[in-house]
Design a protein around this ligand. Structure first.
Ligand code: SAM
Length: 228
C-alpha cells in the first residue's frame, strides 16, 4: 500500500498561528521532511513533539527524491514543512510533489493549510484581491527588467517577496515603472513583534523609507496596486 504526504504550513513568526491539525499531523507521521532540520526541530520542541526529521531543501538530489519515493512505496506517512509558511510557495517541495504525481499516482497528497506571507499581506492591503498576480522573489539579474515591467503593466494587484538587503533596490525598480500615485502596502515582519504595514502612494513610501532607514530590516512582502 502506498503512503501519504501532508504539506504542512507552519507559522511565519507567531507560533500561536500553527493549526491544531498541523500539530496532530506532525505528531502522527513517520517522518517530517524539513527545509532545515534545526529550524523545524526548534518548532517541534516548542510544542513538545518528537518526530523523526530528515532534510529536504531546495537543492535536493535525485538520491534524496528516490529515498523519499521509496518511503512512500513502503506505505510511510510523511509530512513536508518549510522554514516558515506554506511549503512550495516560493519554497522547496514542488519538484518532489511533481515526481510523486508522475511516478506514484496512488500516493495521496494532502494540504494542511495555515500561514502564508503573501496571503497575509494581501489580506491587510485593502487592495483588490479577488484576482492578483504573485511573482515570488524579484530576480537578481536576468529577467529583472521584465519583472518590474510586468508590475508596471499589471491591471490587477501584484504581490512579491523581497529580502531586507535588496529592499531598497526593489523600491528603485518600482520607481522606474510606476507612476507616483500608485498605492503600495509594505508588509513587514508579519505576525512578529515589530510587525508593520506601511501603506501609501509610491511617492509616500519612498519618502517614508528615506526618512526611516531603521525600518529596512526583517522580512517583507510588497503589494502593489494594479494600474488604473
Ligand atoms: N512559503 C513561505 C510562505 O508561504 O509564506 C514563503 C517563503 S519565502 C522563501 C520567504 C519570504 O517570504 C521572505 O523573504 C519574505 O519576503 C516573506 N515572508 C516570510 N515571512 C514573513 C513575515 N513574517 N513578514 C513578511 N514577509 C515574510
Amino acid at each position: 500500500m502506498n503512503g501519504s504526504l501532508y504539506i504542512v504550513a507552519t507559522p511565519i513568526g507567531n507560533l500561536e498561528d500553527i493549526t491544531l491539525r498541523a500539530l496532530r499531523i506532525l505528531k502522527e507521521v513517520d517522518v517530517v521532511l524539513c527545509e532545515d532540520t534545526r529550524t523545524t526541530g526548534k518548532l517541534l520542541k516548542h510544542f513538545d513533539i518528537s518526530a523523526k526529521l530528515t532534510s529536504y531543501h531546495g537543492n535536493a538530489t535525485d538520491k534524496k527524491h528516490m529515498y523519499i519515493l521509496d518511503m512512500l512505496r513502503d506505505g510511510k506517512k510523511l509530512a513536508l514543512v518549510s522554514d516558515a509558511g506554506t511549503p512550495c510557495i516560493s519554497d522547496p517541495g514542488v519538484m518532489l510533489i511533481h515526481s510523486i504525481r508522475e511516478q506514484l499516482p496512488d500516493v495521496e497528497i494532502f494540504a494542511i493549510p495555515g500561514p502564508s506571507a503573501v496571503i497575509s499581506a494581501l489580506s491587510i492591503s485593502g487592495l483588490p484581491s479577488s484576482e492578483y498576480l504573485f511573482l515570488g522573489f524579484a530576480p537578481h539579474k536576468k529577467g529583472r527588467k521584465t519583472f518590474f515591467e510586468r508590475i508596471g503593466a499589471s491591471d490587477t494587484t501584484i504581490a512579491f517577496y523581497e529580502s531586507p538587503h535588496r529592499f531598497e533596490k526593489a523600491l528603485a525598480g518600482l520607481a522606474e515603472v510606476l507612476d507616483e500615485n500608485r498605492h503600495l502596502l509594505i508588509a513587514r515582519e508579519l505576525t512578529k513583534m515589530h510587525e508593520q504595514g506601511v501603506y501609501g502612494t509610491l511617492f509616500e513610501i519612498l519618502e517614508y523609507f528615506k526618512n526611516h532607514p531603521d525600518k529596512i530590516r526583517g522580512e517583507f512582502v510588497i503589494v502593489v496596486e494594479g494600474r488604473k
